[in-house]
Design a protein around this ligand. Structure first.
Ligand code: AR6
Length: 168
């Protein structure tokens, strides 16, 4: 069965995949970090579509077109603002799970995730990486007949090394 996780180091906006995931905020109206990079690369029509979505709750996900990106779609999800409570991990896992569910609903066969919540939202990177990998692997097990390639986009070598550590 063709389900696998691979890793890329660099800017997620340059990836040639069906969908890239945006680590957005609840307004879905843009921001800094990967959100800012995606909106800049996609162009202003992305913001126009996002304005119609009525925001997004933490852990949930919504899809738009990709406009000027190589990716056909952007799946916007809102990670938890890390505070150390137990619900942070549940919310973060929901981001990955709900994004993959939306991918499946849209016949998306390749999807790239940034390390959601590990920037401005302050989630400890190692913990977040473990939750990401565990949740994706669980989703593969729960959806055994769906073929999809998942790329973990690492903005730098540090994040890549953390994923490798988690996989060891
Ligand atoms: N490509 C791939 N990864 C990136 C890129 C990029 N171009 N730019 C940053 N990262 P963050 P969050 C990595 O802060 O923590 C925004 O303002 C970055 O190194 O983008 O979920 C939103 O509007 C880090 O590992 O997202 C929200 O308000 C990871 O992406 C808030 O930030 C996530 O960092 C969301 O915070």
């Amino acid at each position: 069965m063709n389900q696998k996780i691979t890793f890329d180091i660099g800017d997620i906006t340059r990836l040639d995949v069906d969908a890239i995931v945006n680590a957005a905020n609840k307004t879905l109206l843009g921001g800094g970090g990967v959100d800012g990079a995606i909106h800049r690369a996609a162009g202003h029509l992305l913001l126009e579509e996002c304005k119609k979505l009525n925001g997004c709750q933490t852990g949930e996900a919504k899809i738009t077109k990709g406009y000027n990106l190589n990716a056909h779609y952007v799946i916007h999800t809102v990670g938890p603002i890390y505070s150390g409570v137990a619900s942070d991990a549940v919310d973060l896992a929901n981001c990955y799970q709900n994004s993959l569910d939306i991918a499946r609903e849209n016949n998306i066969c390749s999807i790239a995730f940034p390390a959601i919540s590990t920037g401005v939202y302050g989630y400890p990177k190692q913990d977040a990486a473990r939750i990401a990998i565990d949740t994706i692997q669980k989703w593969f097990n729960d959806n055994p007949n769906y073929e999809i390639k998942v790329i973990m986009s690492c903005f730098n070598q540090e994040m890549y090394d953390i994923y490798m550590e988690v996989l060891r």
